[in-house]
Design a protein around this ligand. Structure first.
Ligand code: NAI
Ligand code: MG
Length: 362
C-alpha cells in the first residue's frame, strides 16, 4: 500500500526547498520500489491569496487522513498587517492544535564537514547528536488562569499559569523513552522542581513511568537552568532531553545554534495514536519562509530534506532509506558543496537545485 503523504510547501522558500524533496521521492520510487500517494495543497499566504484563509478545513481533514504531513514554512510580509486570525502563521498553529501534535522532536546534529560552523569550539561539538523532545500543547502557554488584570489600586498584573497533568507528562515522556531506545538509551528529564509544583509532578511522573516500563533506559534529571549551561559547556553528555513547553522552546533554540545553521535543522511533531495504530505526525524544517532570500534559488534545501528523512524513519519505519538520505547529505557536505548560509572559505557555493541534485546523486 502506498504511503499517503500530504505535502504543504507554504510560502517564501517553502516551495523552493520542497521541490528538492520531490527529487528524493522520485529517486526512492524508482530505485527502492517505494510507493507514495502524494497530495499537495496550499497553506499560509498562498492559501490566503487563493481562498481568503490561511488553511481550509478540508486541508486539516486531509492531514488527519494522511500517514504523515510534510510541511514547508508559512509567513509572508504582505500579510503582516492583517488581524491574527488571518495571519499565514495560523496555518501551522491550527494543524498542531487540530492533530493534537503534543511532542516536538528537534535533533541537533553536527555534521563532521560543518564542525567549524558551530558557535562553539570544534572539540566541544564534534560528533554531537542530541534530540530534544518538547511538550507542545500544554504548559504555561495554555494554562488557566491567564490574562492581564487591573487591581483596585491601579496596579496591573499579567498572569500565566503552568499546568501539567499526569497523562500529558506521561505521553511525552513515553515518546522520549522510546526514542532513546533507538539511540544511545539515555533520557535526561528537565524541569525546575526546586521552585515549581508542575516541575515536581513532572519529575515524579517521569520517574514512575521509567520504573514501570522503561527501566532498561538510563534516566537522569536536571534543572532547566543547569541544562542551559550544560548544553553550552558539554553538550555531548546528552542523548534525549525531554521537557515542557516553555523550557523546550528555549533549550531547543539554544541547541540549534550548537550546529551552526538554521538551514540544516529538521523537526518532527508527533500526535496522539489513532485507531489504526499510527500516530499523527508533521515534519518541517525549523526555519521559516525566509522572505529575504525567497525567489532567488539560493535557499538551503537540507533542513527540508532531513525533515523528510525523519518522516521516513518515524512515520513509515523506513530506517534504511532514512539513513541513505542522511548519509547522502553528509557526503555532499564532505565533497565541499555549500549553499550561501553555510558557506566557508575554499568551498564551492551552489544554489538550491544544484544542492538537491547532488544529494540525489549521492
Ligand atoms: P526565517 O527562519 O524565515 O529566517 C531567518 C534567517 O535565516 C533569514 O536571514 C533567512 O534568510 C535565513 N534562512 C532561513 N532558512 C534558510 C535556508 N533554508 N537557507 C538559507 N537561509 C535560511 O525566520 P524569520 O525571518 O524570523 O521569519 C520569516 C517568516 O517565517 C515570518 O513570517 C515567520 O513568522 C515565519 N516563520 C514560520 C515558521 C514555520 O512555518 N513553522 C517558523 C519560523 C518563522
Ligand atoms: Mg522558538
Amino acid at each position: 500500500q502506498p504511503a499517503k503523504l500530504l505535502v504543504l510547501p507554504g510560502d517564501g522558500i517553502g516551495p523552493e526547498v520542497m521541490h528538492e524533496v520531490g527529487r528524493v521521492i522520485t529517486w526512492l520510487e524508482k530505485n527502492r520500489g517505494l510507493a507514495f500517494e502524494i497530495t499537495e495543497d496550499l497553506v499560509g499566504g498562498a492559501s490566503l491569496a487563493e481562498y481568503g484563509e490561511p488553511i481550509r478545513n478540508e486541508v486539516i481533514e486531509k492531514a488527519r487522513a494522511a500517514d504523515a504531513v510534510l510541511f514547508g514554512s508559512v509567513g509572508d510580509p504582505r500579510w503582516g498587517h492583517v488581524g491574527f486570525e488571518k495571519r499565514p502563521e495560523v496555518a501551522i498553529l491550527k494543524l498542531r492544535q487540530e492533530l493534537e501534535l503534543f511532542a516536538n522532536l528537534r535533533p541537533a546534529k553536527v555534521f563532521d564537514a560543518l564542525v567549524d560552523a558551530s558557535t562553539l569550539k570544534p572539540d566541544v561539538v564534534r560528533g554531537l547528536d542530541i534530540m530534544i523532545v518538547r511538550e507542545t500543547v500544554g504548559g504555561i502557554y495554555f494554562g488557566d488562569p491567564r490574562g492581564i488584570e487591573t487591581l483596585p489600586d491601579g496596579t496591573r498584573r499579567g498572569i500565566n499559569t503552568e499546568v501539567y497533568t499526569t497523562p500529558e507528562i506521561e505521553r511525552v515522556a513515553r515518546v522520549a523513552f522510546e526514542m532513546a531506545r533507538k539511540r544511545s538509551n539515555h533520557v535526561c528529564s528537565v524541569e525546575k522542581c526546586n521552585v515549581m509544583e508542575s516541575g515536581l509532578l513532572w519529575k515524579e511522573v517521569v520517574t514512575d513511568l521509567h520504573a514501570r516500563e522503561f527501566s532498561d533506559v538510563k534516566l537522569t534529571h536536571m534543572l532547566a537552568d543547569n541544562c542551559a549551561m550544560q548544553l553550552v559547556r558539554n553538550p555531548r553528555q546528552f542523548d534525549v532531553i525531554v521537557t515542557g513547553n516553555l523550557f523546550g522552546d528555549i533549550l531547543s533554540d539554544l541547541a540549534s545554534m550548537l550546529t551552526g545553521s538554521l538551514g540544516m535543522l529538521p523537526s518532527a511533531t508527533l500526535g496522539a495514536v489513532r485507531a489504526d495504530g499510527k500516530c499523527a505526525a508533521l515534519y518541517e524544517p525549523i526555519h521559516g519562509s525566509a522572505p529575504d532570500i525567497a525567489g532567488q534559488g539560493i535557499a538551503n534545501p537540507i533542513a527540508q530534506i532531513l525533515s523528510f528523512a525523519m518522516l521516513l524513519r518515524y512515520s513509515l519505519n523506513l530506517q534504511d532509506e532514512a539513513k541513505m538520505v542522511e548519509e547522502a547529505v553528509s557526503r555532499v557536505l564532505e565533497s565541499g558543496l555549500r549553499t550561501a548560509d553555510i558557506m566557508s572559505e575554499g568551498m564551492a557555493r551552489v544554489g538550491t537545485s544544484v544542492m538537491g541534485e547532488a544529494i540525489v546523486r549521492e
